[in-house]
Write a protein that binds this ligand. Sequence first.
Ligand SMILES: *Cc1c(COP(=O)(O)O)cnc(C)c1O
Length: 494
Amino acid sequence: MVNDNALPSDLTLDPDDWESMRALGHRMIDDAFDSMAAIHESPAWRRMPDEAKAHFTGPVPLDPQSPDEIYEEFKEYVLPYPVGNTHPRFWGWVIGAGTPLGALAEFLAGAMNTNTGGLDNHSANHVERQVIDWIRQMLAFPTTASGVLTSGCSAANLIGLAVARNARAGFDIRRAGLQAAPHRLTLYASQEVHSSVQKAVELLGLGSEALRLIPVNARFEIDLRALQAAIAHDRADGYRPFCVIGAAGTTNTGSIDDLTSLADICQADDLWLHVDGAFGAWAALAPGAAHRVEGMARADSLALDLHKWMYMPYEIGCVLIQREQDHRNAFSLTPDYLSHGAGGGGLAGGDLPWFSDYSFQLSRGFRALKAWMSLKEHGVARYAQLIQQNIAQADYLGRLVERAPELELMAPVSLCIVCFRYVQSGLGDAQLDAVNKRIEVELQERGIAVPSTSTIHGRCILRAAITNHRTRRSDLEAFVSEVVRIGDELAASL
Ligand SMILES: *Cc1c(COP(=O)(O)O)cnc(C)c1O
């Protein structure tokens, strides 16, 4: 006889009272939609007071608290102090705005709590396969290419470059590791390359020195001659060049490398072409900009985001690999306890590969659902219009800047990015740098708008990246006049 007292009770994390949990859920949705609908009237950003920050100290909770109470705490201390990127006048860094249905999809994915890493015979894998297929279609990538959804473009760059390294090292790098490399591997990108690429290169054991940074032309695009010279130079010195990283939209200025020429160079020189298209890849959808990313579909690997210029809620990115076998060669590994693909039915008995064969992750969430629902909700034509609208808005902002005597455009407007600064005769460069930095802070602190700052030609500049489907023309007009007003205020106080 088993001892019946060994299990005193059946504990669970499910609610005792489903009805009050359901009521709380309804209230959450009402509150969330109320604040989304009123976003135009709320400040673009507000500083988190020290008392609110102090709320997030203290020990791990020992005793239970009611969900209603926890939600009240959320409303008081969490909800009022977001980054602010859902706001129409948020243009800092490159951050997307999200959508209501996207938020609901996140909830549904959480409720299903599916694991989309392995296992085969379940719906989420089919949803993700279809989303990847749609991404291939939208970006004119061949249907034979493989892909996997990622947390973002940093992970997509890491996966793409891992596949590149393994495919082009010239020896079995998975077994022998970089220690066995007979020649030092090198790769090439412009000076404007995103930091996530350098991080990937470091993580892959190549060392940041192996990433050769090539100068750019006046439009901030990679200098093709300098690139070819650097490759030839390294070869002559006994290195093994294996990869070129092209930019489809740099973060700083939105510049796009000549991807067709990069593809030609890589083809002629037997190099892997990886394209970082975090946001700029989506220019492919915009009738007026698609020609600028021509050549992108020839990339051996393409990394991109859907949480920036496709306006989907964080996190979601994607990497596409031109030849599926390269992709699997880098990541497929099947221990006994994960054996799959043999047919025979059941969750693990289908004949499709698992997503764990295409990335370093095993367990994965259901981020595909928000992409699937969003693309169905709006249709690709609407995304194309919105991306085109953001490009037109950036051009318009650029013209407003050019028209204002107090403002100076600091880089050609490219895609959705505008770089400019406030100027005032009589102020030196150091003073102007300080004024522009302060303009950014004042705009944010006063809740007017959120641009960010960066450095171009050694000068501090204001930067607007319009990956925002809520921005209206009037928001840009207000932004420019506030920059000038605050700049004048600051200049007068010097
Ligand atoms: C944002 C960005 C990345 C990194 O993407 P995450 O989604 O933030 O990880 C890489 N490259 C470029 C050009 C970017 O703009």
